[in-house]
Design a protein around this ligand. Structure first.
Ligand SMILES: *Cc1c(COP(=O)(O)O)cnc(C)c1O
Length: 418
């Protein structure tokens, strides 16, 4: 459910017509609904009522906008971060350091130090050497880093290969069969309180079965670690729940996830941690764009919009689908390709798609663009960096400026020796 709805034939976000935002801020622009963010945060939390004491850390990489993070901080969420930059954002948004979890397969030494400086709640260690370095850094400062070991459970998440993270050949975590030995070598090091394990098998999961299979493996590992004398108090179950990108698609709900987790983890006796990203922010955002041209094509016309792959990379990166809808549909339909202005054939949002009929100058949206949208934007083709707007009721604010090509150009220089 979201708060982008038609009123009198035009698309609104909450109580603001999208046409007004297009007029005043320009296009392309991401538009987020505060009410939808709050609702999703609440529904995910409510889905886990059968899992008492669960810790919720929003995966910042899904949507790192400061204002979005503030909404989620106010909803009681901590942060799952993967870089020093995300650490700074989470802290600036008001997330408590104790509620911040540091994931990521390539943490730099200065990033580990920044985490220690901030006193974050947990480091998710991805390899043995990282654990050893973290222990040394913490011990040298007289600190004890709370940590869990990320394990690769070798489960096929059955999602797009580029967002699958829990198969043996993926770069993430330590192989589950080596986890007990690595855990034993890291546990007991001064500076490190290794208190549990973590997994995250992939993103945009369409069913709960791969998650359940992974959780069961982790449950067995917890029992094995305990039998070896380790105290296990925390298990981080990661994120990954998918969202419907096509109207009508069915996905497991947070309540179904919660029921499965409650069933599988009933006798674990640990604090469970979750790192939802997409499921919180995906449907809370659209990319608002204007049709530049409708260009005749050999098979179908090309609807050329002013948004491109540099603004929304998911279709080019993952062959991802985003529903496309006119802001003021006439009721007529057309079959068309939808593409942006970037000079690559990969800059295509849809092929031979039946859509609302649109003409030059019309406004339209790509739906479900709140996750992995603006955060992946670039300035490729020397385009502007896309701005972001947050709506709440009848108010809206520009929460990230459009960064003009001239500003980017101003940060470049020609050396005097040229
Ligand atoms: C990306 C990521 C998440 C969030 O994944 P979603 O599919 O957006 O829920 C959670 N944890 C880790 C470690 C991640 O890398």
């Amino acid at each position: 459910m979201d708060h982008f709805t038609y009123r009198d034939g035009a698309l609104w976000c909450e109580d603001v017509p999208l046409a007004r935002i297009a007029e005043e801020v320009g296009t392309p622009v991401y538009v987020y609904s505060t009410a939808t963010l709050r609702r999703h945060a609440e529904v995910f939390h409510a889905g886990l009522t059968a899992v008492p004491g669960a810790h919720l850390a929003f995966a910042v990489k899904a949507n790192p906008n400061l204002a979005v993070l503030r909404v989620l901080a106010q909803a009681g969420y901590g942060a799952d971060i993967v870089s020093g930059g995300e650490l700074a954002r989470a802290l600036a948004a008001g997330m408590a350091p104790a509620d911040i979890v540091f994931s990521g397969v390539g943490k730099r030494r200065d990033e580990l130090e920044a985490g220690l400086d901030a006193g974050i709640g947990q480091f998710n260690i991805e390899l043995e050497e990282e654990g050893a370095v973290l222990a040394e850094l913490a011990a040298a400062r007289g600190q004890v880093a709370q940590a869990v070991l990320r394990v690769n459970p070798d489960v096929d998440a059955r999602t797009h290969a580029k967002i699958s993270t829990g198969k043996a050949e993926n770069k993430f975590g330590v192989p589950i069969d080596q986890a007990p030995a690595i855990f034993a070598r890291l546990a007991g090091r001064p500076g490190l309180a290794l208190r549990g394990v973590a997994i995250h098998i992939g993103s945009q999961l369409q069913t709960l079965e791969p998650l359940e299979a992974a959780y069961r493996r982790i449950g067995a590992l917890v029992a094995q670690l305990r039998a070896a004398g380790h105290a296990i108090s925390h298990v981080d179950l990661g994120g990954g729940l998918g969202v419907p990108y096509r109207a009508g698609d069915a996905y497991p709900s947070p309540a179904e996830l919660g029921a499965m987790v409650a069933r599988v983890t009933a006798d674990w006796g640990v604090t469970l941690m979750f790192e939802p990203g997409r499921v919180i922010v995906g449907n809370a955002g659209v990319l608002l764009t204007r049709v530049l041209w409708v260009k005749p094509g050999v098979v179908h016309p090309h609807v050329i919009v002013d948004a491109a792959m540099n603004d929304l990379a998911r279709p080019a990166l993952y062959d991802a689908w985003h529903d496309f809808a006119a802001v003021a549909p006439s009721g007529a339909r057309m079959t068309a390709n939808i593409a942006g202005p970037v000079c690559e054939s990969g800059d295509t949002f849809a092929v031979a798609r039946e859509i609302d009929a649109v003409a030059r100058g019309d406004l339209a949206v790509f739906r479900t663009a709140g996750a992995y949208g603006a955060t992946m934007a670039s300035t490729y083709n020397s385009r502007a960096l896309v701005p972001e707007v947050l709506v709440s009721g009848d108010r809206y604010a520009v929460v990230a400026d459009r960064i003009a090509p001239a500003t980017i150009l101003a940060a470049e220089r020609v050396p005097e020796w040229l």
